[in-house]
Design a protein around this ligand. Structure first.
Ligand code: AP5
Length: 212
């Protein structure tokens, strides 16, 4: 029987989104990606999007209170709160404590471990669909037609924060603010390390194995 309240932890480009999408389909769990939500808000030009845009483009974390508010609203839906995968949240100890104050107890935190050269290779080769958000990699998961989304036929672009300067800032933010969550969840006996250096299929297989 699969555990149902999951979180993907790991540095930028570790493959959290790729695995969260697969798990969500396979086990009918809500995929809650704060990065996707913020990007959508940015594209739609909402107040939230305007607030988040400058932080995201630079590779900095959006302020805790903004992100905690979106997640609290999403998890206030009882159907979603029953089974979900958090992807990119919590990202700071303050966010993790806020999640606990919401009365949400995670079953398992999947910590996807990759080294820095892999992160840089994955982020610089990633292409994302401007319309449906599907993600590709020019080498590891290329679209059938270069620059065109297989799912909806729209244009593929490189994310603004996948440029070298922003990648550097994201890595600094990860080490300073997100990596402390490894100890936070290890102390609570929730953390399981996943070897993210393997192929997407092998990573998926390892995750399915630990959840079984
Ligand atoms: P977010 O979108 O969450 O970015 P991230 O954590 O940096 O993660 P990524 O989406 O870059 O990578 P991923 O691990 O999902 O990798 P993916 O599967 O795409 O956040 C963006 C920004 O929003 C933040 O910088 C911040 O400003 C803001 N934000 C979001 N949440 C926040 C929060 N809680 N608090 C504050 N601010 C927040 O894979 C990467 C590439 O590798 C793809 O091309 C993929 O095809 C390929 N790939 C994946 N797995 C493999 C594999 N096993 N082998 C080979 N290639 C692979």
């Amino acid at each position: 029987m699969i555990k149902k309240k999951l979180m993907m932890l790991g540095p930028p480009g570790a493959g959290k989104g790729t695995q969260a999408k697969l798990l969500s389909k396979e086990h009918d769990l809500a995929h809650i990606s704060t990065g996707d939500m913020l990007r959508r808000a940015k594209e739609q030009g909402t107040e939230l999007g305007k607030k988040a845009a400058s932080y995201m483009n630079e590779g900095e974390l959006v302020p805790d209170e903004v992100v905690i508010g979106i997640v609290r609203e999403t998890l206030s839906d009882p159907e979603i709160a029953e089974g979900f995968i958090l992807d990119g949240f919590p990202r700071t100890v303050e966010q993790a404590e806020a999640l606990e104050r919401m009365g949400i107890e995670l079953d398992t935190v999947l910590n996807v471990v990759v080294d820095e050269p892999t992160i840089i290779e994955r982020l610089s080769g990633r292409r994302s669909c401007t319309s449906c958000g599907e993600t590709y990699h020019i080498q590891y998961n290329p679209p059938q037609r270069e620059g065109v989304c297989d799912v909806c036929g729209e244009e593929l672009v490189q994310r603004a924060d996948d440029q070298p300067d922003a990648i550097r800032t994201r890595l600094e933010e990860y080490h300073a603010k997100t990596a402390p969550l490894i100890a936070f969840y290890r102390d609570r006996d929730k953390l399981i390390d996943i070897d993210g250096e393997q192929s997407p299929e092998e990573v998926e297989e390892q995750i399915q194995g630990v959840l079984r």
